[in-house]
Design a protein around this ligand. Sequence first.
Ligand code: ADP
Ligand code: 5GP
Length: 189
Amino acid sequence: MAGKVIIISAPSGSGKSTIINALMKEGKLNMQFSVSATNRAPRGAEQNGVDYHFLSTEEFQQAIADDAFLEYEEVYPGRYYGTLKSEITRIAAAGSNIVLDIDVNGGIRVKKLLGEQALALFIEPPSIEELQRRLSSRATDSAESIRQRVERAAYEIEQGNAYDIRIINDDLAEAVKAADEAISKFLAD
Ligand code: ADP
Ligand code: 5GP
């Protein structure tokens, strides 16, 4: 069935993108990413319209005023992220299931909104120390950005209790397998 929503949240640096990309590559789950909007700057090789719709703060505020978002959050101070309603419509019209890579506050809100139509999956690192190591080795974030991400991780891990399924990303292959099984089961029901 198409039009189901898979919410995936994790402390930044846990390996969420790595896991989702591995699942997308397999291609069998008929899922497409909802491309969020943000006012943060592109990181590394990120492309506008592919990784995010990169907006100025003014454009983001205008989109809020236009009621363009299903949800949005100030995830880090001054840094806004939001799920565009137009993305949900686009993906559902294409006959695919929708992947929302969103923060814990947005994830819990959307899960409440959609109930059984959504699967809420939380990915966590084996430890905060390992999270810090992964963020440093990814080498895409400034020291300040890494500090903010690590600082928020404990709060996010606590919120993970509200999710349908939690997966610890220690061994990557095992984490991909666990996510694959959970999503396949949800889409088959
Ligand atoms: P997120 O999307 O959660 O912010 P990424 O997928 O960018 O995180 O992963 C952060 C870093 O950790 C990347 O450099 C990635 O290659 C690495 N990584 C991902 N999963 C693992 C794992 N199981 N073990 C070790 N390193 C990992
Ligand atoms: P990053 O800057 O690492 O790409 O993302 C930072 C955080 O913002 C991650 O937790 C990511 O899931 C979250 N995020 C990305 N898009 C959205 C969105 O549309 N809504 C919400 N609420 N969070 C988002």
